[in-house]
Design a protein around this ligand. Sequence first.
Ligand SMILES: [Zn+2]
Length: 180
Amino acid sequence: MNKKIKKYVLDTSAILSGKPIDLGEAEIVTTSRVSDELSPGGRDYQNFQYLREKGLVVLSPDKDAVDEVQKISNTTGDKNRLSKTDIEVLALALELKKHKNFEIIILTDDYSIQNVANTLNLKFEAINQVGITKRFKWGCRCRGCGKKFKDSIKICPICGTETRNIVSNKKVINNRSDKE
Ligand SMILES: [Zn+2]
């Protein structure tokens, strides 16, 4: 009965991938610096909002964890390749891993993050490795009458109410075997 709670820590690349990340039961977290990098209104921000609706939690790591990651990245030679955001992502993963009941996995395509994660005994997965099984398209829906539109329409032409962005179309991607 001691099942660990799986938590994925997303870096910026995971959010900017624009992929609907379907991690099943796992919880998803990221750092406040990642969300700060996204400008409101843009497509990336929409992806971020979508993930927020799916339960993405934004946290800030402790200074101790940040210091430890900086120290390690110095020894691996990754320090100059890591942004402050990257370091926060690693630090957050490191901090969360201290909870015995959590299984922590960093979701990133960044080789330097992967490298430092490996050195810190943190698990990571590349974005294409995880259960991304659906592509999606944005559309919008009227807040009033509920009519859906494929295009981005601000005001519903039927009832004149403002619309909101929604995921309008999900397409299941066939699982190809990736043998080369
Ligand atoms: Zn309407």
